[in-house]
Design a protein around this ligand. Structure first.
Ligand SMILES: *[C@@H]1O[C@H](CO)[C@@H](O)[C@H](O)[C@H]1NC(C)=O
Length: 99
């Protein structure tokens, strides 16, 4: 059975302008394990992106965390693009967080 990912985007620490933080995109509960997760800053793929190993949970769905160090400047828009076979088109999840 295929299952669509459930995705959350968030800063690791309370966001403060000019202060180093980590932008997280966490996808869980998806199957099959093949997934593309791209972090975007102002619509442009970010560099220095790291990711956790793909891990699976008891119900055989998978989870993955993708993250990058960022220094929020108060203007930049952070988002996460997710491609998965269950999604007819890539989904963009915007960070909806005031800072
Ligand atoms: C992930 O990206 C690759 C390269 O662009 C593409 O060939 C593949 O179909 C993508 N996978 C998914 C699950 O969308």
């Amino acid at each position: 059975t295929q299952k669509a990912p459930s995705v959350q985007v968030y800063f690791r620490h309370p966001a403060e302008k000019g202060k180093e933080n980590t932008f997280h995109c966490y996808a869980e509960s998806f199957h099959p394990p093949k997934i593309n997760i791209t972090l975007l800053k102002n619509g442009i793929p970010m560099e220095n992106v790291q990711q956790s190993d793909l891990s699976f949970k008891k119900d055989w769905t998978f989870e993955r965390l993708v993250y990058a160090k960022v220094i929020p400047d108060g203007k930049a828009e952070f988002a996460c693009k997710v491609e998965h076979i269950t999604l007819p088109q890539p989904m963009i999840y915007k960070l909806d967080q005031e800072y």
